[in-house]
Design a protein around this ligand. Sequence first.
Ligand code: ZN
Length: 511
Amino acid sequence: MFSRVLTFHLNGIDAVVVDVEVDIREIGLPSFTIVGLAEGAVKESKERVKSALKNLNFNFFAKPITINLAPADIKKEGSHFDLPLAVGLIAASGMITRDLSDIAFLGELSLDGELRGVNGVLPMAITAMKSGIKNLFLPLDNAEEASIVKGVDVYGFKNLSEVISFLLGNMKMEKYNYKNEEIDDLLPTYDVDFSDIKGQFNAKRGAEIASAGMHNLLMIGSPGSGKTMIARRIPTILPKMSLEESIETTKIHSVAGILKDKGRLVRERYFSAIHHTTSDIALIGGTRDARPGAISIATNGVLFLDEFLEFKRSVLEVLRQPMEDGVITVSRANKTVTYPAKFMLVAACNPCPCGFYGDPVKQCVCSEIQIKRYRSRLSGPLMDRIDIHVGVTSLNFNELSEVPKGETSEIIRNRVEKAHKIQSERFKKDKIYFNSQMQEKHIKKYCVLDKESVTLLEKVNTKYNFSARSYSKILKVARTIADLESSENILSKHILEAIKFRINDQWANEL
Ligand SMILES: [Zn+2]
């Protein structure tokens, strides 16, 4: 007999509907074949399904069985094919007579028929809804996540025999109800806040300006000066995520298997800290099952590179393309997947090899040549994409106890949101969103300077000899500073502050 059961194939963070067609013939030698580009995990599925069904006393494996996964032109990956294969087999054996065309199945089976949760359920539930599939049968573990999607009835099962009993009408079960309706409108909740940081006015200001114009940020300071502490708090001052951003982030985290709270959309901007020993694969993605890497997981959030100068050039090189395109294409064993990779880059480094150049307490022990050589590494393609460099200085004990608590993240975020609004209004027709994305033509149009500012820039330029690149960065950052004040024009004080964030150029004239 023949049966058809619906499931999904996950392609990046989107899913497509897959038909599982099962044919059990009455005559012929025993065989069990899956066709339709089944890859590794799906081939393994065969053994799990066989064992689970045998444990439930289904014995049709003495007959020739063929399973086809359609459409045949895409490779199928993932252990979630277990449940649809098992149900398809039972249906083809003639046991289930109920029409299955309004149900999609997904879930991994253990050898004794228990259902295990899988990754990527949110994208699959969204596809079910978009394709008009009414019901979704899946492991109980995944029910909460799937129930985020409205318009699909979700049923969560503990094991295969429950699914069968339900399909045969021998068991009652209510659809899974979405639990988080009441907290849906709540603001993001972060467990850190900018008010935790005492002092550090300059660094905090740099972080605020960077967030306001979505400029990439480099913090330079001695070990223990608080660079990581500041970086961790940047997501808390970025604007609240839009619904689209929230869905996109949740889909990526679902596919990556890192969703913390499975019953709600992710609302917090993610902070992804990368160590310089992190492998290319962990960074860009493409492990065994082509999962998203750190740069995709950081989408709509912050990617933090600590000890920036310790990173291998090849690793930094890998970041270049996604930073331009906002996506990363991951290839693995003939499979190519594209994931979003839109993040704000925050980097941190020491001012010299020993770490204490310019430190108010500890003495730097580096030679001039060592420092020069160290700083010469602060150049190259990725540095070109960092608009703001800010110095972070250590506070001594006395200072720490005297300084009052800082502003809360919420207060700073309100200013940042206002600046974002000004930019989206300004760039309506330009196909860009933020000051950091301005190209020469935009800079010419939106960064017109008054006479006073021009004179000031010329004067400073004779000292620092800015490159054309530094020059446009100063203008872009000055534009953001002006936006933070809702000032239509860039004034000389905005230029002056923007120059302060060009430590790189200042360093070139030191020593
Ligand atoms: Zn030093």
